[in-house]
Write a protein that binds this ligand. Sequence first.
Ligand SMILES: NC(=O)c1ccc[n+]([C@@H]2O[C@H](COP(=O)([O-])OP(=O)(O)OC[C@H]3O[C@@H](n4cnc5c(N)ncnc54)[C@H](OP(=O)(O)O)[C@@H]3O)[C@@H](O)[C@H]2O)c1
Length: 319
Amino acid sequence: MKALRFARFGPPEVLAPADVAEPVPGAGEVKVRVHAAGLNPLDWKLRAGHLGLLPIGRPPRGLGCEFAGTIVGTGGGAHARHVGERVFGTVSPFAHDGAFAEYVVVRHDAIAPLPDALDFVGAAALPIAGGTALQALADVARVAAGQRVLVTGAAGGVGHFAVQVGKHLGAYVVGVCGPANVDFVRAQGADEVVDYAKDDFTRRSDCFDVVFDAASASTYHAARAVLTVSGVYVSTSGSAAAVASTVVGDLLGRLTSRRRAVAFRLRTGAAQWQRLAALAATGALRPHVERTIVLDEVAAALGAMESGHGRGKTVVRLM
Ligand SMILES: NC(=O)c1ccc[n+]([C@@H]2O[C@H](COP(=O)([O-])OP(=O)(O)OC[C@H]3O[C@@H](n4cnc5c(N)ncnc54)[C@H](OP(=O)(O)O)[C@@H]3O)[C@@H](O)[C@H]2O)c1
């Protein structure tokens, strides 16, 4: 089968399609024919070696963390999945193989059935960015109707879903983005859009119950200026520095205030994907796929993503 591989950590050029053996499912696993796979910043960070201190599979290895496709084989063991089922889900970044491949093998509980309302491309865009937006706002920040939520990176993969989730939860949502994305963020449902080239949201006179730093572009220290007395700052933990400053800021901040800062980490698994599928089926979550590409274009697309200025999601079609 065709799959993307890299033999060493490095720049986009280390990533190339290769012919490799199809994976074989073991007990409790399923083999999926991948129809589409979503791109995420995690992919280029992994390829570049930025996560080298974590126990990830070392190169030579594959890449790609989320996908949608059809089950073509099961490895035995008791589980409810069956051949022919349309599913979507994630591959662990710690695994040796990735979703930028014609086939993946995953545990049966890493995937969920695809609702009829969702096509493969839309579903492949959902798990990581949609899951992050939903869990950060609904589970971590516990956004309630009527609250005020500010989202940085509101045009990005995570951010555009966060604007939609915030509106679904009944919040007043302010999205922060660059000048080229103002209309796009408004179209996601934002009540107000801040163009960061013109205005600095941390200097606003109004306050927010939640600042969701989806772009990991700000800090708790800066965002505190616009948090209510019991407000929550959630960072997507886009770098080790972002995690460290959020954790330290939270520890110090708790000495003198009721505010919280949380370094977010995504929970994966069938139950999480089912929540997303249910929201997508009702139209509350609408994946915006800005671009679909083929396997040969993934290396360049991930290189472009490193600029940090993506809009919506990019998805690779494998069928
Ligand atoms: N911890 C976790 O489990 C987890 C899960 C998912 C993602 N993440 C992390 O979350 C981050 C965002 O992921 P993503 O998929 O949304 O990336 P993305 O699609 O590349 O989007 C990043 C967005 O950030 C915006 N941006 C850049 N600089 C900004 C600034 N100064 N102010 C406001 N917005 C700014 C860009 O929009 P403009 O062009 O408008 O600037 C772009 O839309 C990444 O660091 C990723 O690794 C973490």
